[in-house]
Design a binder for this molecule. Structure first.
Ligand SMILES: Nc1nc2c(ncn2[C@@H]2O[C@H](COP(=O)(O)OP(=O)(O)OP(=O)(O)O)[C@@H](O)[C@H]2O)c(=O)[nH]1
Ligand SMILES: [Mg+2]
Length: 300
């Protein structure tokens, strides 16, 4: 288990005046004293309260939670960081579980019980669906990829070239870490939020699925080409069977038009399969190169 002193807690805030005080107090009760609050230009008393609690407080450059977290890394001096939403939903009693595991891996994600009553029904389903699609695309086995509580190695996080904005950071982090490193998860509690949400579930949901599609192109083109091939080959086989049955019943009844459509679908679908095989091979090579680069970076 790593020492609490080796951990910095990054608290991203945007108008969290109701929650910031209790969140900092609880962290200090558990002796987590390296706390960096990174604020996205709050217009309420968030900054005032954080400063009164004598923690490091900075107003971020850029926009959104992701830019805030990247900015906060400039102030971190410990080898590990915990990123935790500052809305009181996460319980610092759970942090010791993360410290037990992070020694051996690159990222530890706190997995909420997605059936918990404290998560609105729409978000429960959304989080579940996003996690399932993420697992399918990335070949991962996570239970809650959108969790707002995770521990990560500081240098490793700095080395990742994170591009996505706002609430998409958790997704990109898990994708990039899974590619070249190791992620584990620990079960955590999830409590009622204090104060108002800053997130629009429908807008963020749409952005997430756009990004999952981009991840599929980059990390799992085999899956995309296979789906494409399936869409063509399944109807082709059905048409062929139909034409075949008609022809068997009456050899003079050969439906040439349908047969030609089936042949075109089969030729195009077979190309899809060929691309799927080639891309799977290329991805294996790319992954080996990425892992080799990671090893070289670790030795530096
Ligand atoms: N630094 C910074 N923090 C932000 C920004 N937008 C949101 N946050 C913080 O990011 C965390 C997550 O935001 P929430 O509004 O709780 O979003 P959520 O957890 O997805 O949604 P809920 O289920 O309603 O809690 C909170 O601590 C916010 O205060 C921003 O632009 N900059
Ligand atoms: Mg929240």
């Amino acid at each position: 288990m790593i020492d609490k002193k080796e951990l910095t807690v990054i608290l991203p805030t945007l108008n969290e005046e109701k929650a910031i005080g209790p969140v900092i107090d609880e962290l200090k009760e558990y002796n987590y004293n390296n706390i960096v609050v990174i604020d996205g230009h709050s217009t309420d008393r968030t900054g005032e309260i954080a400063l009164a609690k004598k923690v490091e407080f900075y107003v971020q450059n850029g926009k959104g939670k992701a830019d805030g977290i990247k900015d906060a890394l400039n102030y971190v001096k410990t080898p590990f960081v915990l990123i935790m939403d500052t809305d009181y939903t996460y319980d610092p009693a759970d942090i010791s579980k993360f410290l037990d595991r992070i020694e051996y891996v690159d990222e530890v994600i706190g997995a909420r019980d997605l059936k918990s009553k404290t998560i609105p029904k729409f978000n429960q389903f959304g989080n579940w669906l996003i996690t399932q699609v993420f697992n399918l695309v990335m070949g991962a086995k996570l239970d809650d990829v959108c969790s707002g509580m995770y521990v990560i190695r500081t240098d490793f996080l700095r080395s990742l070239d994170l591009q996505l904005k706002g609430y998409q950071i958790e997704l990109e982090l898990a994708a990039k870490t899974g590619e070249i490193g190791k992620i584990v998860q620990v079960p955590i509690k999830y409590r009622e939020r204090l104060g108002e949400t800053k997130m629009s579930p429908s807008r963020e949901g749409i952005n997430v699925f756009k990004n999952l599609y981009r991840f599929a192109k980059v990390y799992n083109p085999t899956l995309l080409f296979s789906i494409f091939a399936g869409f063509l080959l399944v109807p082709a086989i059905i048409i062929l069977a139909y034409v075949g049955v008609l022809w068997l019943i009456n050899p003079e009844n050969l439906r040439r038009g349908l047969l030609e459509i089936a042949i075109v679908l089969i030729v195009t679908g077979s190309n899809g399969i060929a691309f799927a095989l080639i891309s799977s091979h290329l991805r294996r090579i790319e992954r080996k190169i990425n892992l080799a680069i990671r090893k070289m970076d670790d030795k530096k």
